[in-house]
Design a protein around this ligand. Structure first.
Ligand code: PEP
Length: 252
């Protein structure tokens, strides 16, 4: 059966000291809560500290260049992430698609590179408000998934995590209703069946992201095709993150 993964995305927040303090406070709150996978995506500068302090929480980077090395000023390679003991990498987040103009093709390059370096990609996708109102949510999501996962094999899908994040719900306090989210997640599951067959589709973790918080997490995570969450704002505080983990366990 697929795993529920509760993952935080800190975005551009916290210094090393704050990272250390966060994990020191979190550790006793999530001890033994290993029925769900816990992941936190921290800024590059905090990766080493986070890996050292994380205990039973896995650490993710929030981006990665697909190349191993070379003249790419300001970029970080998969070899550098592996060297630090990082296990996951968040790819294709809507903020990167929007502010840094990342294309599906470039994101696909990153997904392939992550997998070939034994890093687990958390591939993000989702529609904007304009696209939802224009009734093209499924079309947009299908394109992002098909192109983002181009040339990925059935075997590799065992190490891929997907995160459906409607852009209009990210950082806005506006959450998709559980029904709206489940509808898209069911569509994603069918699409994965079409692309990789039923067995693979049933085993892929598909998270929901977009203003998830302790108050709405259980209802969202309890939906048939929602397997945990990718959480921004509510993952910055240790007790809030621990409550999200608790919701994930209750939703099992
Ligand atoms: C995110 O950054 O992926 C996210 C879902 O943010 P928030 O939970 O703050 O909406």
């Amino acid at each position: 059966m697929r795993r529920i993964i509760v993952a935080g995305n800190w975005k551009m927040n916290k210094t090393r000291k704050e990272t250390e303090d966060f994990f020191k406070a979190l550790k006793p709150l999530v001890e033994g809560k290993d029925k769900v996978e816990m992941v936190i995506g921290v800024p590059f500068t905090n990766l080493e500290t986070a890996v050292r302090e994380a205990g039973n929480v896995k650490i993710a980077a929030q981006n990665m260049n697909p190349k191993e090395s070379g003249a790419y000023t300001g970029e970080i390679s998969p070899l550098m992430l592996k060297d630090l003991g990082v296990e996951y990498v968040i790819l294709g987040h809507s903020e990167r698609r929007e502010y840094y103009k990342e294309s599906n093709e470039f994101i696909n390059e990153k997904v392939k590179s992550a997998l070939s370096h034994d890093l687990k990609p958390i591939l993000c996708f989702g529609e904007t408000l304009e696209q939802r109102e224009g009734n093209i949510t499924e079309k947009v999501v299908e394109e992002q998934i098909r192109e983002g996962l181009k040339d990925i094999t059935k075997e590799q899908m065992a190490n891929v995590v997907l995160a459906y994040e409607p852009v209009w719900a990210i950082g806005t306090g506006k959450t998709a209703t559980s029904l709206q989210a489940q509808e898209v997640h069911a569509f994603i599951r069918n699409l994965l069946t079409d692309m990789f067959g039923k067995e693979v589709a049933e085993n892929v973790t598909v998270q929901y992201g977009g203003s998830m918080k302790p108050e709405n997490a259980l209802e969202l995570m309890s939906q048939t095709d929602i397997d945990g969450g990718l959480i921004g704002g509510a993952a910055l505080d240790p007790s809030s993150f621990a409550k999200l983990v608790e919701a994930g366990i209750q939703a099992l």
